[in-house]
Design a binder for this molecule. Sequence first.
Ligand code: PXP
Length: 251
Amino acid sequence: MTSMSSLPPALRLGVNIDHVATLRNARGGVHPDPVKAALLAEQAGADGITAHLREDRRHIREHDLAALMAAISLPLNLEMAATEDMCNIALDTRPNAACIVPENREEVTTEGGLDVLGLRGRLTPILAKLKDAGIRISLFIEADDDQIKASADLGADIIELHTGRYCDLPAGMDRDMEFNRIKAAARLSQSLGLECHAGHGLRFDNVAPIAALPEVVELNIGHFLMGEAVMMGLKPAIIEMRRLMDEARQQ
Ligand code: PXP
């Protein structure tokens, strides 16, 4: 019989509500409201809300952050670039966690992982200020041993593994290799005392193998859920994602 202590930790779902704001911004005005989406996500069983304040403010804006912090009881994971400006906004907002992502103005979405090794000099003072304010530090990186070790050396609390490549590849050897890289990275991060999250590109049809990795304790999912919200509604989409995650976890 399996003892309770041998079960993997519960898998949290962080719902990224950026694209509700993208839709709102397409027309200006206030509809649809990302805060309302966050509250619906909470009712549907989300464990956290994620929002990315981009330099060009193409989706979430500063006033959304303040409104989210006032309205939600779930922890907020603020995705942000490693800049002085963003650091000051995070210090004012006081999210539960700041997830540092690479940011390139022209990209459609976050394209690769953060080069923690190469950016050590820039990251060190920013992470120190965030940590001093009690904000947990998450670094969004590729499943790469050197980047994971550098994240641990810098004192990150969390690494979020970029699952975009795994999600984009068709079924086959290349995808299996990418999955194995993520699996090994999740193990390494846990052995170094880092909390392991994963995200980017996750959908109903590809979430299960990632959700089944016992070292991964949180998935952050946005674009697919918002797309499905148009088709089936936001709450049913989140409930179905939760179900698939829980089912994979139990196996
Ligand atoms: N995690 C991080 C760090 C991201 O930048 C994004 C995209 O904003 C996500 C997760 C969610 O990715 P997706 O929208 O493809 O689900």
